[in-house]
Design a binder for this molecule. Structure first.
Ligand SMILES: [Zn+2]
Length: 328
């Protein structure tokens, strides 16, 4: 007999819905749909379509499961289901949970995508069985999922763990504007989208020529091309990784000193796809985290990669006391 749950990973480009086995974390069936448009009502219809298709492939209906969890790349106001700010979707204050619940006829829980992924890692991945764990993610953005005392920590308003938006402008560095509208955020320096934009600006000024050569053309400039140029010994790439690695590693160290986790789970294409950047970041982490907090710490890579978000969202959406479908 299996207990089934519904999880959704809502990104800026695609929605992926999955039916998840609550006991094993196995993705029983999944369906991915690209967003044709990003208005809230259009996205509600797209998400509902993905959910119905995934449920259909698993031989169940959303109504028979009764709950769904959704991870969104953005700030979510805790249990209200309101998406405060989702830059990839261009949303401000959208009552997405209520809209999707009305469309699907099930209870909906909306969480930040990294909170969902952290819960997935804690349940079935690299932080399994650990009560104090951080998921530190560097992809197109920079984010964090916080598991403290065995619970997902969302903060008073549901917007805790926004590590991408702590202010880190190094001395002598020009403050850069972040996608959130503020200046000097960690994500403005270390997030993949902002990194690429910065390198393209430098290319336009005649710098970063080795990165441009590694990328092939300006539209393909990104962290992978910087990593490639670094590997070839390019001074620009070395300088950039020294700066970004110091910012990331110092931030990780401060989180470890503050929160004393047993596991620091690293994820995201920029961090895991750029071994030199990861190495530099980890060196600063090792130097700067307090010795006492380092003793309990293991630094590991995310175990669930693509599935962490839907699995964690499904489990959070189901809740400990929520009714869940059991099938033979
Ligand atoms: Zn920001």
């Amino acid at each position: 007999m299996r207990r089934l749950l519904l999880g959704v990973d809502l990104g800026g480009t695609n929605t992926r819905a999955a039916v998840v086995d609550a006991a094993t974390g196995e993705v029983v069936a999944a369906h991915k749909v690209a967003h044709a448009e990003r208005t809230p009502l259009a996205v509600v219809r797209t998400v509902a379509e993905a959910v119905r298709a995934a449920a259909g492939a698993a031989g169940v209906s959303p109504g028979s499961i009764g709950t769904a969890g959704v991870g969104v790349a953005g700030q979510v106001l805790g249990a209200t289901g309101t998406v405060l700010n989702a830059p990839n979707l261009g949303w401000r204050e959208v009552p997405f949970g209520d809209l999707l619940a009305a469309e699907l006829g099930v209870r909906v829980r909306v969480v930040n995508d990294l909170s969902a992924a952290a819960w997935g890692e804690r349940s079935f991945g690299a932080a399994r069985g650990v009560d104090d764990a951080l998921l530190f993610f560097v992809g197109s953005g920079v984010g964090l999922g916080l598991i403290l005392g065995g619970r997902l920590h969302e903060g008073a308003g549901g917007v805790a763990a926004e590590v991408g938006h702590i202010k880190v402008t190094p001395r002598g560095v020009v403050p850069r504007k972040c996608g959130c509208g503020e200046w000097g955020c960690l994500e403005a320096y270390a997030g993949g989208m902002n990194l690429a934009a910065r390198v393209r600006d430098d290319v336009a000024e005649g710098k970063a020529t080795a990165v441009l050569a590694a990328a092939g053309d300006a539209s393909r400039i990104g962290a992978a091309a910087v990593e490639q140029a670094y590997q070839a010994g390019d001074p620009y790439a070395r300088e950039l990784w020294a700066e970004v690695g110091e910012l990331l590693g110092t931030t990780m160290a401060n989180l470890v000193t503050l929160l004393n986790p047993a596991r620091l789970v690293l994820g995201g294409g920029v961090l895991l796809g750029c071994p030199n950047l990861e190495r530099i970041s980890r060196a600063h982490l090792g130097d700067r985290a307090s010795r006492s907090a380092r003793k309990a710490l293991a630094v590991v890579h995310a175990g669930l990669t693509d599935d962490g978000g839907v699995v964690g969202a499904a489990l959070l959406g189901g809740g400990a006391s929520a009714p869940a479908l059991t099938v033979n």
